[in-house]
Design a protein around this ligand. Structure first.
Ligand code: URA
Length: 435
């Protein structure tokens, strides 16, 4: 078999066989297929697409390129949750302690932020001392003892995806549906949970900008998970504005803690409850959505979800006192107001622009090696549908460097689309996708 012939086949729009896909992924992982051939293939896939069968084969080949975790030492049904990446998306920080407080094991692999989207690991590292670099043994022990552990993706978990993602990132071949679906699902299948709940973002701040493409991505991932023998469902959620009010690492952690105390933004709580109720149903902890929502509210009201967050932070080396005293998180030196220059109603807040503004302030990564400033970020004061007068504060910017402040403020102002008519603002939950 020759990679050259496989590129030609895909260029002609023909389907690759299961063996051909295995050959390609195995060769790319061990280095016998060079980056330039793989780049040509990913570009051909962008133009010609992949069938459902090819997408499943690609996922399984990438899953099998490294370790597949065995979580059988953990009792109970392990349910994983994954988001396709958004701005202000601190969902895992509030959701996972709620689920664990209800006795359902959460054994989760998370990532760091890249580009305009944030990552759970960076947010968790706002707790001094916290580490996601824990051994498999500690990981399983913590889940058995306190029902929750979050680890970083180990080097040998779906290494083919790691290599391929890095290549796609620099060859403009990230936003292809089969490539995204197989990338995410190969890691989820390798990380060993029994069921998977996916948060597929849709809108300006997401990889998939419209509902039709997001639905296709969600369906592809749900069908891959189901075919691989895992209960899988997806919720499509809105990214035509950032989720909640806070964008930036420690600001987002504080907002998640507020939510666990019973406050928090409505749209954020909706996402947490929608994903959480699916997780509880899959784990057999609740019979239906209504029961699941009641249970989630109960552990927020009685403080046990907040207590679980503290227990989890402490078990992974972090200072849990921050959970109960959020004033301890490092503060940016300066807080500046961004004011409206016209009157009207907020129609859309370009989430990607807000994410880039946060990155410009130093709160996000431009390259994998960037060191990030955990204290900077943005608090939105107006969201979609809100009325705005000229001079009203749209957002507060938390910054440490005056040179970075001006460009970030310009981006935030540009992100707000203000029109004369009051818009219809729909729910943050767009659709549920089941097999
Ligand atoms: N997240 C991933 O892990 N892979 C993609 O391709 C896109 C988002």
């Amino acid at each position: 078999m020759r990679m050259y012939d496989l590129i030609e086949k895909k260029k002609q729009g023909l389907e690759l066989s299961t063996d051909e896909i295995r050959f390609m992924i195995d060769g790319f992982t061990d280095g016998s297929i060079p980056d330039y051939q793989m780049s040509a293939m990913t570009m051909a896939i962008c133009f010609q697409g992949m069938s459902k069968r090819e997408t499943v084969d690609l996922t399984l080949a990438m899953r099998d390129s490294g370790d597949v975790l065995d979580l059988s030492a953990i009792e109970g049904i392990k349910v994983d949750k994954h988001s396709t990446g958004g701005v202000g998306d601190k969902t895992s920080l509030a959701l996972t302690p709620i689920i664990a407080a209800l006795g359902v094991p959460v054994a989760k692999m998370s990532g760091r932020g890249l580009g305009h989207t944030g990552g759970t690991i960076d947010k968790l590292e706002c707790f001094p001392g916290f580490t996601t670099e824990i051994s498999e043994e500690t990981f399983c022990k913590n889940v058995n003892n306190i029902k929750i552990a979050i680890a970083g993706q180990t080097a040998n978990l779906a290494p083919a995806d790691k290599k391929l993602y890095a290549l796609r990132d620099v060859t403009d071949t990230v936003d292809q549906m089969s490539l995204i679906a197989s990338s995410i699902m190969s890691k989820k299948l390798a990380s060993g949970s029994d069921a998977i709940v996916l948060d597929v973002k849709t809108g300006n701040g997401a990889f998939m900008k419209n509902l039709e493409d997001s639905r296709a991505l969600a369906k592809a991932m749900v069908s891959i998970g189901t075919m691989a023998g895992k209960k899988t469902a997806a919720v499509i959620t809105d990214m035509d504005q950032p989720l909640g009010y806070a964008v930036g690492n420690s600001l987002e952690v504080i907002e998640a803690i507020e939510t666990l105390k019973g406050g928090g933004p409505e749209d954020f709580k909706e996402v947490v409850f929608a994903l959480g109720s699916l997780m509880l149903e899959f784990a057999g902890r609740a019979k239906n959505q209504e029961e699941a929502r009641g249970l989630m509210q109960q552990v927020i009201d009685d403080g046990s979800a907040l207590q679980k967050l503290a227990e989890f932070v402490s078990a992974q080396g972090g200072d849990a006192s921050y959970v109960f005293d959020t004033d301890r998180f490092p503060k940016a030196k300066k807080v500046t107001e961004v004011k409206a220059v016209k009157e009207g109603f907020v129609h859309r807040i370009l989430a990607e622009e807000i994410g880039i503004a946060c990155m410009t302030l130093g709160g996000g990564r431009e390259t994998k090696d960037s060191v990030i400033d955990l204290s900077v970020g943005i608090i939105l004061k107006k969201k979609n549908g809100d009325a705005v007068k000229k001079g009203d504060v749209l957002a507060l910017v938390y910054s440490n460097d005056d040179q970075k402040l001006e460009p970030a403020m310009d981006k935030i102002l540009h992100a707000y689309e203000i029109e004369d008519e009051k818009p219809e603002v729909g729910s943050v939950i767009k659709e549920f996708i089941f097999e």
